[in-house]
Design a protein around this ligand. Structure first.
Ligand code: HEC
Length: 137
């Protein structure tokens, strides 16, 4: 895992979790899920929020990620996507989101989203938990 500016909170969260990161599954306690979501919110803050709002009332450079899980890529009404995104035929689920986070412009050449490379499985888990929570907002 790459520890950058948010090294301390992430380390604390990890230390407080009874189940190793990377296994966010049905056996995880509510406290564990809350910790994952909090870690994901920190990641979102650092890596995504400059372009993606998590408030439906805000306009941002990137499309809103509220409700992104289960959504067809490039399908948000009123947002000008690249042709690559519009024609990708992708649906955003856990697997496609992991591939996208790890190497978005390798996964979808021609996208207008600048390169994001989050290949660490635990960091992806944190973000996915947060994006899931956003989807039920
Ligand atoms: C530099 C700005 C920028 C950053 C930082 C950024 N994005 Fe994006 N994102 C965009 C743009 C622009 C698009 C639309 C791309 C297109 O149309 O090709 C996009 C599209 C997306 C989509 C597709 C949404 C849809 O409606 O189909 C997802 C999912 C996504 N971004 C997730 C993320 C996540 C998660 C992060 C943080 C890890 C992130 N992005 C960071 C600019 C950004």
């Amino acid at each position: 895992m790459r520890f950058t500016q948010f090294a301390v909170p992430l380390k604390l969260l990890l230390a407080s979790m009874t189940i190793p990161a990377g296994v966010a599954n049905a056996t995880m306690t509510d406290a564990g899920k809350k910790a994952m979501q909090a870690a994901g919110e920190i990641m979102f803050e650092q890596r995504c929020r400059s372009c993606h709002a998590d408030d439906p009332a805000l306009k941002a450079y990137g499309p809103s990620l509220i409700g992104v899980l289960g959504r067809k890529a490039g399908s948000l009404e009123g947002y000008e996507y690249s042709d690559a995104m519009k024609n990708s035929g992708i649906v955003w689920n856990e697997n496609t989101l992991r591939a996208w986070m790890a190497d978005n412009d390798g996964f979808m050449p021609g996208t207008r989203m600048r390169h994001v490379g989050i290949s660490d499985r635990a960091e992806q888990d944190f973000l996915l938990t947060y994006l899931k929570a956003l989807s039920s907002k």
